[in-house]
Design a binder for this molecule. Structure first.
Ligand code: FE
Length: 344
């Protein structure tokens, strides 16, 4: 696309998340979606790498014939089976679908950061699988072999199909709704619901002092993911503000129905991971936890709550809510914050 030579600087009032006009070269200023710039800076300050975390104790426990029960091993493997491919779906969505249609430069800046973080997460799972000497092909192929994982992945992929189409363009009512639906599916469901029973399983291990290196990896991932989720929700709310005509009652009902479908799939997945319950977390607990999480997501985009249940795993909100979490990340993270003083 040729540069529009001599054109006037962009008017900040014309900046939009989608359909914001000229995207030949993107001018970061004037900046309108400051939430994206803030998220980008938070992401940079939270930089981490999987190889910094010691896996020694996990290796000993995984090799020991007595440290873990058969149920615990199966739960751990199934959760990893979900994780290993889920972040690649997220990465594809960011890079191959969302980025192209977003016309806000600061939102694109954050998507670039997010895409990299999804790669770091896949690296973390690879690092766990390799450190413990697990069967790689079994774990990385689980999305095809384990029906509960297949169903979750398939829901996301089938709903995203439209905006991956090379011919897809925003700018019509129908396509803009399609784009917004994709964003809701990606943020509220994939990043907001489908990761959370797996997170709970990992912190269940951590609370038992088992596989704590892996759990620490996941805690870093969850910190990143809560930023991805926040950003996605801000993006949805910004589009709602910029194009309120898209948010029709029918559309809202469609999103609610999709969230409810996702809750069922996530619950089926949780019961497959823990057929007999584990660490005091049973099927009922998971059901309620997933419903609680789903209501939190609906609430953030001003949709009506569907379940109204208490959080049965209150310790999860401590693990998730990293603003309150003071002690966990401080040491390593500050090393990156002072990265500007590198000595060559
Ligand atoms: Fe993510």
């Amino acid at each position: 696309m040729p540069i529009n030579k001599g054109a006037k600087p962009v008017d900040v009032n014309n900046r939009k998340v989608i359909n914001g006009g000229d995207a030949d070269v993107m001018q970061l200023y004037p900046m309108r979606h400051t939430f994206a710039w803030e998220a980008y800076n938070v992401g940079n300050a939270n930089h981490w790498l999987p190889t910094e975390i010691s896996m020694q104790r996990d290796i000993e426990q995984w090799k020991s014939p007595t440290a873990l029960t058969a149920d615990e091993r199966q739960a751990f493997e199934t959760v990893l089976g979900f994780f290993t491919t889920a972040d690649s779906i997220a990465a594809n969505n960011v890079v191959l679908a969302l980025y192209k249609h977003i016309t806000s430069p600061e939102c694109r800046m954050y998507l670039l950061r997010q895409g990299y973080e999804e790669a770091v997460h896949t690296h973390a799972y690879q690092y766990i699988v390799e450190s413990l000497g697990m069967d790689e092909s079994k774990i990385f192929n689980m999305y095809r072999d384990v029906d509960a994982i297949y169903q979750k992945d398939n829901l996301i992929l089938s709903l995203n199909e439209g905006i991956f189409d090379p011919e897809f363009k925003t700018g019509t009512f129908e396509n803009d709704q399609k784009f917004l639906e994709n964003l809701c599916v990606f943020s509220l469901i994939l990043e907001g619901i489908f990761f959370y029973s797996s997170f709970a399983v990992m912190f269940g291990f951590q609370r038992q002092n088992k596989l704590t290196g892996s759990a620490e990896q996941i805690q870093y991932i969850m910190r990143d993911e809560s930023q991805h989720l926040n950003f996605g929700i801000n993006l949805i709310n910004a589009i709602k503000e910029e194009q309120p005509e898209l948010w029709t009652p029918e559309f809202q009902q469609r999103i609610i129905d999709l969230v409810k479908r996702a809750v069922k799939l996530e619950y089926t997945f949780a019961t497959e991971v823990f057929p007999r319950g584990i660490f005091g977390m049973n099927a009922d607990g998971f059901k309620q936890y997933i419903e609680h999480i789903a209501d939190r997501r609906l609430e953030r985009v001003a949709l009506p709550l569907q379940y109204n249940v208490e959080n049965p795993f209150p310790w999860m909100s401590e693990a998730v809510d990293l603003n309150k979490e003071k002690n966990f990340f401080e040491t390593r993270v500050t090393e990156y914050k002072t990265g500007g003083t590198l000595n060559w």
